[in-house]
Design a protein around this ligand. Structure first.
Ligand code: AMP
Length: 444
């Protein structure tokens, strides 16, 4: 199958050729004809499957072939994204696909001044990429009208719900014209997503290009059990042993990010961090430097899990496991993209066993464990499997240790991350996370 056989027009075929896209990915092969036929779509696609082109390319074709010119302060198509980074990236992709078309595109998001965005919207834009909060602000300030809207795309819809945007989505829903095409994309499908789809979509075609909730099988995943207080030391050890060149590291909290970056920089390692407390420009700069390999280790909270598309990123390390199991899929989806192979290593301490179990159940696999010599945990990580069971074996009483942790244990001035600092608020889950076996608590 080729892009031409999917019925795409010549300016789009030329753009895709320039980008080096030779054959449609499975999600593109299914989504492109359906969108061109005007269908609503509910698509589950893993990260890195090419879903952006799956919706953007046919959308561009429809906008080129049909409908009136865009009016002032209007948009003909709206793509909603959960984070600024993703909005920027989706917009960059849309602009690339539209390079030979007479269409205008623009991205709006919070954290930057609204005035230039209002000015830009005056003439109207064909495709507007937006985060929900800023979109509502612009609408309320009459900078944007949505009565000309033909198509709405909800990108990473599951993530929008995780980030607590359900109220914003309900508000936006009320602002939209009734007659429109709606495309919902989500890396994972939950029951809430299905409910949202039931409200927003009209007789949608469902596309599921990979089994539900399974991470890309091009990513080799494994877990290293370790005591919490030795995670940083283990990270440095693995990094040196494996001669890691470019690594994206996920930590749970802002303080955790800062502490790890300080620790690495203190050891002369070229590291930088991004999280929600840093200004947008600083975050973008760190990302750009990482992408251009000027920074070797980028440590991030889940804010960075979306919107990062780095060619050939070989390795993702979960310094802490994510609180929301689905985030694991998004995190490791930063590697092994577009058919490349990748590796995802999780440093897991005993406290995180329920998160590990939730991840294994969601991804329907038991992650293999590799014990690293000299880092065997004192606090054993109980066994887990894909059924969501945490096997808490009765522990044999341990022989007392000979020393209180000298020798290799204290490398530099590591400040324990995570305990005192709050979880990055922007990733606080509002819906229930599958957490299993929290202990015997049957009361009757
Ligand atoms: P996405 O899942 O949309 O974030 O895309 C993941 C990566 O795959 C991006 O770097 C795209 O540029 C790339 N990509 C998307 N479609 C294709 C294709 N048909 N052939 C080659 N690369 C692609």
């Amino acid at each position: 199958m080729t892009f031409a056989t999917l019925g795409l027009i010549e300016p789009l075929l030329r753009a895709l050729e320039t980008l080096g896209y030779q054959t449609p990915t499975p999600v593109q092969a299914q989504a492109i004809p359906a969108v061109l036929a005007g269908r609503d779509l509910m698509a589950a696609a893993q990260t890195g499957t090419g879903k952006t082109a799956g919706f953007a390319v046919p959308l561009l074709q429809l906008l080129t072939m049909e409908g009136p010119k865009v009016a002032a302060n209007s948009a003909r198509a709206l793509i909603l994204c959960p984070t600024r980074e993703l909005a920027e990236q989706v917009h960059a992709s849309v602009a690339e696909y539209a390079q030979n078309l007479p269409l205008t595109t623009y991205a709006v998001y919070g954290g930057v001044s609204i005035n230039p965005q209002m000015m830009k919207l005056r003439k109207g834009v064909d495709i507007l990429v937006a985060t929900p909060g800023r979109l509502i602000d612009l609408f309320r300030q009459n900078a944007l009208k949505l009565n000309q809207l033909q198509t709405l795309v909800l990108d990473e819809a599951d993530r929008m719900l995780d980030l607590g945007f359900s109220e914003e989505l309900a508000n936006i829903y009320r602002m939209l014209p009734k007659k429109r095409q709606t495309l919902l994309f989500s890396a994972t499908f939950s029951d809430e997503i299905r409910t949202l789809a039931g409200q927003m979509l009209n007789d949608p075609l469902t596309i599921e290009v990979s089994p539900r909730n399974v991470a890309a099988n091009t990513v080799k995943q494994w877990v290293v059990p370790v005591d919490k207080k030795r995670k940083a030391e283990l990270f440095v050890h693995l990094m040196r042993k494996g001669r890691w060149k470019q690594v994206l590291v996920f930590a749970k909290t802002r303080n955790g990010v800062d502490a790890l970056v300080d620790k690495l920089q203190g050891l002369g390692i070229n590291a930088d961090g991004i999280h929600g407390d840093k200004p947008q420009a600083t975050r973008q700069r760190a990302l750009d430097r990482f992408k251009s390999s000027d920074v070797q280790i980028l440590v991030a909270t889940d804010v960075a899990a979306r919107g990062l598309d780095i060619e050939d990123l070989p390795l993702v390390v979960n310094f802490d496991l994510p609180i929301v199991a689905e985030d694991y899929i998004h995190r490791i989806g930063r590697t092994g993209r577009a058919g490349n192979t990748g590796e995802a290593i999780s440093l897991v301490c005993a406290d995180e066993v329920n998160m590990l179990s939730a991840i294994e159940m969601l991804t329907r696999q038991t992650l293999s464990r590799h014990m690293e010599q000299d880092f065997e945990p004192e606090h054993r990580v109980p066994d887990t499997d894909a059924s969501g069971q945490v096997v808490k074996k009765p522990k044999k009483p341990k022989k007392p240790k000979s020393s209180g942790g000298g020798g290799k244990r204290n490398l530099g001035k590591w400040v324990e991350s995570g305990d005192a600092s709050p979880v990055e608020p922007s990733i606080k889950p509002v819906r229930k996370v599958p957490v299993f076996n929290t202990g015997p608590r049957k009361k009757k």
